[in-house]
Ligand binder design. Sequence first.
Ligand SMILES: [Zn+2]
Length: 472
Amino acid sequence: MDYEKELYSYIESRKEEVYDISDKVWEYAEPRFQEYKSAKLEADFLEANGFKVTRGLCGEDTAYLAEFGSGHPVVAMLGEYDALSGLSQEADVAEKKPIVEGEQGHGCGHNLLGAGPIASALAVKDYMERHGTKGTLRVYGCPAEENAGGKEFLARDGAFDDVDICMSWHPGTTNFAVDSGCLANFRKFYTFHGLSSHAAGAPHLGRSALDAVELMDVGVNYLREHMIDEARIHYAITNTGGTAPNVVQSEAQVLYAIRAPKVTDVMELAERVDNCAKGAALMTGTEVDIKHVAAYSDYVANDVIKEVVKKHMQELLPLDYTEEEVAYAQKFHEAITELDKINLKKVAEREAGKDWAKLVDMPLWNFYQKNPGKQTGSNDAGAVSYKCPFVFFFTVTSASGTPGHSWQNVAQGKGPVAHKGMLFAAKVMAATCVDFFEDPELVKAAKDEWNEVVGPDGYPDPLPKGSKPEIW
Ligand SMILES: [Zn+2]
């Protein structure tokens, strides 16, 4: 259709600028809540291109909001730009080669995730100006998706309250719009305080915080039998209290990740984990501080938006990969481990049944994935879906079989396949935005569905009162 062609060719005409933003953010590789250069680069660019920009949102210094137009409908896209620790990696090489050992890298492709909506917004703004379209176009720059759940704070504090339609995308190895799912997830620190003493000379005077951590973990491991199948609990001992066995450890700490399908399930389960901690404190004569630092709500897909996104994805697929791009992906496809291959085979079987082998050998999955299965990860955009009609989708930005949060992901993050997948996502979002701007009935249908499934009082507000976004 004509409007799609207009949008797509506009995006193509600005692509080099957007690749440049994505590549610079890749190089900055800033971790959660420290994405100062990345957020500034994006916000400055949008401001220079005629968007009204607000820097810092709801106590998050590295968040931004870029707006164009006024009134309803408010159609929004979400971007991210945080990197992961320990994943420094040279670009374009198919072997593990850190630039600086131990430093951050974009192992989840958030450099692309943030730049995609910018490409899209440029085209939609151009369309709105030329056609006199009514409504507000927004890009939210969202910090700290990884290990902090930045959007949950933004959602709790009202950043999305007046949004009518919202969408996001994520870099990946397949193309599909995501159904409801993603596990809700809490992060909680349990810090035990005891009394130190000489472990041989005066053991009766000591109260061991490390004992408390161990007893809490044992309690939780027994709890596993009596929780729902889909729930997951993981922990890491973040402070053992010291390395001397002949000193009773007066302080020790454990960090828990508690996951389940619905955020309300996690709220209930977390209370039982708290009780294990309190029981351990009672048994050992110690005290426990419980600090809830992050929450990820589950994700409720809006089917009306999903169908529009899916339609545009299917129209644009397959993409016209060049021989060089296929060869680039092939290089990384050959570098995946045996374990990654087993995982890839499972995904291929789900998609193609007995013809799975063809897919396993394919370096780029250049089609719409019909059977992606359930998402078992957590995504802080779930919180947004409790505040307004929302959908996110994946596009191919790396070779099939590339594991998430890996050096392979970082290596491909500035490559031609990544750029192409980002541009594809930008086109899908641009066409979807315009569909909603131009059709009030479509907006109403999405909102009616959201009102029925979630409703204005449906947000479970999982973060503790008064908690603030922080680096922990
Ligand atoms: Zn991610």
